[in-house]
Design a protein around this ligand. Structure first.
Ligand code: AMP
Length: 281
């Protein structure tokens, strides 16, 4: 496995690659969710590339950029086990040199609702860094997790609007045995908070159960989820949403493919999770 730290070294290495390239962009501190993407990238392609870059432009001023967990040596060892061929871990000063001035700002509901409403500028940072990474890595396929469902919609829009020459592959959310979605941010949780964090997946299972039992009133589903979360004293809701998958508009009636999603603060840690609702009659 090669570890490359500069954009110019990566471009030189890229020129020597023939065949398909599978790409997994990450912010590091890897867990089984990331590794499931790396495994699939390796299985589907001649060469598998993973990037590790905690992207400053997607963090708000009061967010956790400086304390975001980092452990490059551990990440590299985990990726090596998955057969990843190249790890690209650039410096922020190389990605955003002095005078950097070009950002990608996707207009409309996909970037202004839900995460976009709570984290203004977040998706501008995400779209910009992903577009840069796509230009550098030139992947045949790029792998993203359903865990960040709105991010997937934003990336799909980016690729379609800018005519990207790659396939976006979406992989299922990997969970801990008790249901908590894996996240690099889970390390922030104390044992008591870790227990409280189960309300996210419990609220999603409740939504699935209600929907499975025939409930189609979206507000009833949202209200039941909110009640469950509010009963957990350590939890504070940012949003609970049952929305149209195509534009993330809140639904009155669940009569089309929907995304149930939520963002909840457990102490100072902000967690997100989601589940799609298939169309049942
Ligand atoms: P991050 O390092 O948090 O930016 O995540 C990098 C990629 O891994 C993104 O495409 C995420 O959606 C994906 N990912 C993060 N957590 C999970 C998970 N629990 N299951 C599947 N994919 C995940």
């Amino acid at each position: 496995m090669q570890i490359i730290h500069t954009i110019s070294d990566f471009k030189n290495a890229r020129r020597r690659i023939s065949g398909t390239v599978g790409f997994v962009p990450t912010m590091g501190y890897l867990h089984e969710g990331h590794l499931s993407l790396a495994r699939r990238a390796k299985a589907d392609n001649d060469v598998a590339v993973a990037s590790i870059f905690v992207n400053p432009t997607q963090f708000g001023r009061n967010e956790d950029f400086s304390k975001y967990p980092r452990d490059l040596a551990r990440d590299v060892a985990l990726l090596e086990r998955e057969g990843t061929d190249i790890v690209f871990a650039p410096e922020a000063s190389d990605m955003y040199p002095e005078g950097f001035a070009t950002y990608i700002d996707i207009e409309g509901p996909l970037t202004t609702r839900l995460e976009g409403a709570v984290r203004p500028g977040h998706f501008k940072g995400v779209a910009t860094v992903v577009a840069k990474l796509f230009n550098i890595v030139q992947p045949t396929r790029a792998y993203f997790g359903q865990k960040d469902a709105q991010q997937v919609l934003v990336i799909q829009k980016l690729v379609s609007d800018l005519n990207g020459n790659l396939d976006v592959v979406v992989m299922p959310t990997v969970r801990e045995p008790d249901g908590l979605a894996m996240s690099s941010r889970n390390v922030y949780l104390s044992p008591q908070q870790r227990e409280a964090a189960l309300v996210l997946s419990k609220a999603l299972r409740l939504a699935e159960r209600l929907y499975g039992e025939g409930e189609r009133d979206a507000e009833c589903i949202r209200a039941a989820m909110r009640r469950l979360i509010e009963a957990e004293l350590l939890a504070r809701i940012d949003y609970v949403s049952v929305a149209d998958c195509s534009d993330l508009a809140e639904l009155d009636v669940v009569d089309r493919p929907a995304l149930v999603s939520l963002a909840v603060r457990i102490g100072a840690t902000r967690l997100i999770d989601n589940t799609p609702l298939e169309v049942l009659q």
